[in-house]
Design a protein. Structure first.
Lengths: 413, 225
């Protein structure tokens, strides 16, 4: 189609400015809402995933067979150095942290509580999880400092302890012996999650001693990769390399956090449903506008056909008019969608007024405030879907216009 | 040489109403013909059939040596686009286009390049006496001016034959005379065949020949001076 006909199509869509503006606004609002919501949800889901990765398992958890299923201190890797050394040499790995995990009772002069203890190498753990960055009082563990313990603020509240306080840790070793030791609280963390009242950190070697484990033994190694997408291929590679070792097993975060994966999937499905509904409303608006326009111009189509316009040209003209109309709405919608996303990227979009408080899934905090970022992929998807819909809804009225007989059309008013 | 032939052509709208009945006449190349007759005599029906805009029930129509009976709708459309012009009683300009763009329209259909298109359109706008009004919209023109734009639009592709259905019906006497003189001039200068319909006896004098219809039948044919 020549530039002449594009110009004609463009002029045609603006012949009834009010109707065109209403349609463009409807499309624009729908697209803006979708672009922003998709950007928001993507960011929200990423935030949830990052929380899971940064406060739980990392991208992958390597452990002794059945440990993740039973969480028994009796199930541990006796000599994990082979795994640790292999991980250190892999370019995909950003960091890994060996952990000895056990339940313990912590007592202070004023109270006691049960905690899930994580005995870790402080530097490695700081690279794998975000707890060290969430210390609000004191410091995270330091290698040189013996018998140090870091607690969540709520656990400290229960025990009525603060930085510098003494606590006694009591647990059962893997050989059935009782392990107990006096620790000094060196730091308090706050993540606004279940971890604040249920997790504590001590040095890895002290954990081994308490549980009567040999050096180089551990329950789990949490691995953080440079790229989240590499989790599944890396897991497959690990299983290939260590396929002869029946004592080992590896899980991706998705396998360990199935409820969160399910929640995200459900959320995405609802999002898709919302997109379909909004786009259907926009498509109805487009169909209505184009049908009105065709009905008003029946006589004009008759003239065009009478002076030699090809039926296919008429069909093409109506389809292009619809696409142009939609494109104007889509461009404006995307532009405003980006502006709204950019605005909330700066100040944060908080759903607290709808949910009343942060909620927790599987112990991972899902914060209501999110800072959405512009993702062109979302704009591309929304644009492609709505243009396809516009093409579909315009085709039948366009064919109707193309199939008019000149005489019938010329006789219409 | 005949450019148009009607051989016993009938068009029946429904059981009671016949548009034309067994109408036969022919038009030679370069003629300026008027189809005369009162309202309902079948002038418009005959013109529409002749231009391939309407179908017919019986008989045969040959336009530019093509039997319309044997042509598919798309072939009729191509024939119209290439060699036939049509002028409507109510001008029927495209309201969103300027004068220049309206005249360009048939050339754009024929995929004529923009520069040539504009040159030809401007030539014809000048020819019909509307120079300087190229960028006006149709609703900014008088009826006579709009009809002259319609003439320029019909002439711009230099068709062999132009059909005009009651072209002066909506015009005052002076403007109507100006338009018919324009037909005469184009007919003489370009050799274009014109067939126009009218029930107004004052405009029939501009034709070379008048074919008079009544009740869809040929009443008489008369040559004019």
């Amino acid at each position: 189609m020549s530039s002449y006909f594009f110009k004609l199509c463009w002029k045609n869509i603006w012949r009834n400015k009010r109707r065109t503006l209403i349609t463009v606004n409807a499309i624009g609002l729908g697209v803006m809402a979708l672009v922003f919501l998709r950007n928001y949800y993507d960011n929200f889901h990423e935030q949830v995933i990052q929380n899971v990765i940064r406060y739980h398992s990392g991208h992958l958890a390597i452990s002794a067979k059945n440990f993740e299923k039973n969480h028994s201190t009796q199930i541990f890797l006796e000599n994990g150095s082979q795994v640790s050394n292999w991980l250190k040499n892999r370019p995909e790995v950003l960091a890994s942290s060996e952990r000895v995990l056990f339940s313990a009772m912590l007592s202070s002069a004023r109270g006691s509580t049960n905690l899930m203890m994580m005995a870790v190498e402080p530097k490695a753990e700081a690279q794998v999880t975000g707890f060290s960055a969430k210390v609000i009082k004191g410091d995270f563990l330091k290698e040189a400092k013996e018998r140090s313990i870091v607690l969540g603020v709520k656990a400290a509240e229960t025990l009525s302890v603060d930085v510098g306080s003494k606590v006694v840790l009591l647990t059962q070793g893997v050989d059935g012996s009782i392990g107990n030791e006096l620790f000094f609280v060196v730091g308090l963390f706050e993540t606004q999650s279940e971890a604040d009242k249920s997790v504590g950190f001590i040095q890895l070697n002290e954990g081994r001693t308490l549980l009567s484990l040999k050096p180089e033994s551990f329950h789990q190694t949490a691995v953080v990769l440079k790229n989240e997408e590499a989790a599944v291929p890396f897991k497959i590679l690990f299983e290939d390399v260590f396929h002869g070792d029946s004592k080992l097993e590896v899980f991706s975060w998705k396998e360990l956090q199935r409820p969160i994966v399910a929640m995200i999937e459900l959320d995405r499905a609802v999002n898709r449903l919302l997109m379909i509904l909004i786009l259907c409303v926009a498509a109805l608006g487009i169909a209505n506008s184009i049908l009105m326009s065709i009905m008003e111009r029946t006589r004009e189509f008759g003239v065009m056909l009478a002076i030699g316009t090809d039926r296919k040209e008429v069909i093409k003209m109506v389809v292009i008019e619809t696409l142009l109309l939609t494109l104007v709405g889509v461009l404006l919608g995307n532009l405003f969608g980006w502006l709204v996303t950019g605005f909330f990227n700066q100040i944060g979009f908080d759903l607290k007024w709808l949910t009343a408080k942060d909620f927790v899934v599987q112990g991972a905090v899902v914060q209501t405030v999110s800072y959405p970022t512009i993702r062109f992929y979302n704009s591309l998807v929304v644009t492609a879907v709505i243009l396809t819909l516009a093409l579909l809804v315009s085709y039948f009225p366009a064919r109707q216009a193309g199939n008019l007989t000149p005489m019938k059309a010329l006789r219409s008013h | 040489m005949n450019i148009l032939e009607f051989k016993e052509v009938s068009k029946i709208y429904n059981q009671d109403q016949a548009g034309i009945q067994e109408l036969s006449f022919s038009v030679r190349e370069g003629e300026l013909i008027a189809l005369a007759g009162p309202s309902g005599s079948g002038k418009t029906t005959a013109l529409n059939i002749a231009a391939g805009l309407d179908d017919f029930n019986r008989g045969e129509v040959n336009l530019l040596n093509c039997s319309l009976l044997n042509l598919k709708p798309d072939e009729v459309l191509r024939l119209r686009r290439g060699q036939v012009g049509f002028i409507f009683q109510s001008y029927n300009l495209l309201p969103v286009l300027t004068v220049l763009e309206n005249v360009e329209y048939p050339l754009a259909l024929k995929r004529v390049r923009q520069a040539e298109r504009m040159k030809k359109a401007k030539t014809w706008i000048k020819e019909v006496g509307l120079e300087g009004l190229e960028s006006r919209m149709p609703n900014e023109l008088s009826g006579g001016q709009q009809q002259r734009v319609a003439v320029a639009r019909a002439m711009v592709t230099e068709p062999k034959i132009i059909f005009a259905d009651e072209p002066t019906a909506n015009l005052d006497a002076t403007t109507a005379e100006m338009l018919l003189k324009l037909f005469q001039r184009l007919n003489e200068d370009q050799g274009t065949t014109f067939i126009f319909s009218s029930h107004d006896p004052r405009v029939l004098k501009f034709a070379n020949r008048v074919i008079t219809l009544t009740d869809g039948k040929l009443l008489n044919e008369s040559a004019m001076n």
